[in-house]
Design a protein around this ligand. Structure first.
Ligand code: ADP
Ligand code: MG
Length: 266
């Protein structure tokens, strides 16, 4: 069987620093796969290499069996990418943002209207279609960006921390949208996140990354079982594998607790 994505011994160095230190994983067609890890783990570097935006130092990446190094152009057509940074234009409406992408794709007028309409429905943005994006909530902007990324009907959607900075309700709508997309279109989804509860609820399999390496991978159930504690959560698994990281200023778990505490005081 050909995997949607297959990564073999992938390494990325920036000077002397090894940001991705030889990782292996594969993603099946139609799967939601979570790449989890604390800040600096190498998640963004990894998916930028998958998305052909950054050349690997060594190792190989196959997308639907195509070697990314040799078939970059073909691979790009199979992928949709939602970067962590804002990629929608706030001074345009949601509809206009999608139209811009559709025009870049050189779609004919009829096809443009059809696809945009379909996406606005799928992403639950019909009512906001003609409002300026700068008036959108964070969750709406993310959903629009997902629309931009799949307008060309890719087979695989890659999202980098799509729920960071969103409130819990918005985070929920983004995950729901992804679930619905997968069910209705059979998209393969690769997502990076550090929200363990969300990953646990939605990802069929996850890989936990720490300091450039994958330290555990499997279904959330498998990983939880491996801790030997019957009531372990994915958050416990994460802390177990990523440790305390005293020298980097505490584990993500600690960091997150601190952030939550800070939010409560604000
Ligand atoms: N262009 C770059 N030049 C030098 N170092 C980089 C560059 N991009 C990322 N890094 C470093 O690589 C490490 C992994 O970064 P990144 O992939 O962004 O991690 P994550 O997305 O998991 O937070 C970090 O220590 C980061 O500072
Ligand atoms: Mg990142």
């Amino acid at each position: 069987m050909v995997y949607s994505i297959e990564v073999q011994d992938l390494i990325k160095r920036f000077g002397d620093y090894e940001a991705v230190a030889g990782i292996n994983f594969s993603i099946n067609k139609g799967e939601v796969f979570g790449l989890l890890g604390p800040n600096g783990a190498g998640k963004t570097t990894t998916i930028r290499m998958l998305a052909t935006l950054l050349p690997p130092t060594s190792g190989r990446i196959f997308v639907e069996g195509l070697d990314v190094r040799r078939h970059g152009g073909l691979v790009r057509r199979l992928l949709g990418y939602v970067p962590q940074a804002l990629s929608a234009d706030g001074t345009l409406t949601g509809y206009e943002n999608l139209l811009l992408f559709a025009k870049l794709l050189r779609l004919g007028k009829g096809e443009r209207e059809r696809r945009i309409d379909e996406l606005l429905n799928l992403l639950n943005l019909q009512d906001a279609a003609h409002k300026l994006v700068r008036e959108y909530s964070g969750g709406m902007v993310r959903r629009l960006e997902i629309g931009q990324a799949i307008l060309h009907r890719p087979h695989i959607l890659i999202l980098d921390e799509p729920t960071v900075g969103l409130d819990p309700v918005a985070r929920h709508t983004v995950w729901n949208t992804l679930k619905q997309l997968r069910e209705e279109t059979g998209l393969t989804i690769l997502i990076t996140t550090h929200y363990m509860e969300e990953a646990e609820a939605t990802c069929r399999r996850v890989a936990i990354m720490n300091r450039g390496r994958i330290v555990a991978q499997g279904t959330p159930e498998e990983l939880k079982r491996a801790t030997g504690k019957p009531d372990a959560t994915l958050e416990d698994v994460f802390t177990f594998y990523t440790g305390d990281q005293v020298e980097t200023g505490g584990s993500f778990h600690e960091l997150r607790k601190t952030r939550l505490r800070v939010q409560r005081f604000n």
